[in-house]
Design a protein around this ligand. Sequence first.
Ligand code: F6P
Length: 382
Amino acid sequence: MEEWPCFASAAGWIKEGTSMAESRKKRIGLLTSGGDCAGLNAAIRAVVCRAVNGYGWEVMGIHEGTAGLLQRPALVEELGMRVFTGNILRMGGTILGTVNKGNPFAYPMADGSTKDRSDEVVEAMHDQKLDALIGIGGDGSMAILSRLTHQGDIPFIGIPKTIDNDVAFTEWAIGFNTAVSVATDALDRLQPTAASHHRVMILEVMGRDAGHIALNAGIAGGANVILIPEIPYDIQKVADYILGLQQKGRTHALVICAEAVKTSTGESVYGGRSKEAPRYGGIGNVIGEQIEELTGAETRVTILGHVARGGIPVAMDRMLASAFGVHAVDLLAQGKRDRMVVWQHREVVDVPIEEVITRMRAVDVDGTLVRTARGLGISFGD
Ligand code: F6P
């Protein structure tokens, strides 16, 4: 990529009467935090392009999220355009690494206790002489990073990412569209084998406590049944619906189910435990067994899991990540802080971060997509 000239003096950052040459080069920290997803590298690239080429700032890439700032020396490297060899826009994962555990305010210690290590993170940010921080993360990361930067009096701008798409105020978070595309592809692949064997295929997808992936992919991939945590279901109704399909001559069915859907007796199903929290996983197996029992149909279960997080980002995620990265840097240049960039009505805008971290965006059960699914005759089992 061509190097741009430094074209702006970063209004709000350079004191009046101080020339660019006199003032120290501004230095921003950049980290990814929380579960990875496709499109993070595109966002990193956009931040570096805008900050380095656009404003002449330095960007310090922080490795392993806040865990990198607990190490001594801190895991930090300068990110210049030389880091990018042409393929970063297309790459899944994050070149900076990330963590979704080890909250510095309640850091899990070896003896099972927790310790507040936030001062160490703040100390590292000051040691690195960061004038601001850009954090790419989900709602949990936004809350932690916002608290840390307040503690250190460092301007903070957040960029939302998560396959779960549950961050408030933004129609899309980075990674969601790729995850939906992967889940849709899984349904595309399950349909022919379901049809060949006259089976009911159950696809379980991630999404934490929100059913956005299941709902979007279920519509796009032609599911007959969509089960999401926001709409309580009755397994007998799901079975009756599948039997009804059989009676109409349909020899197979596709069911997509979000990982946080509860069993018919109201329990969550967990596939394991990380140090800090249980992890969802396995509700598809429970539902598959029940459908087999109640309908007599042969069922098979696929748990998509982390497959939806990996791979090449779809065009929408690359575009979103690029727009978010540029806007985040522009906000700092305007002297703004404590904002999160969001996508609303075909535009990138920004909202106060404290409003984001007190909310979660679940599926709107009266919204367009639920109405669309119902209009198509898809069952939610309710
Ligand atoms: O928040 C993203 C997400 O992929 C969720 O959909 C899922 O429940 C969780 O992270 C899995 O976390 P881990 O990568 O720790 O297994």
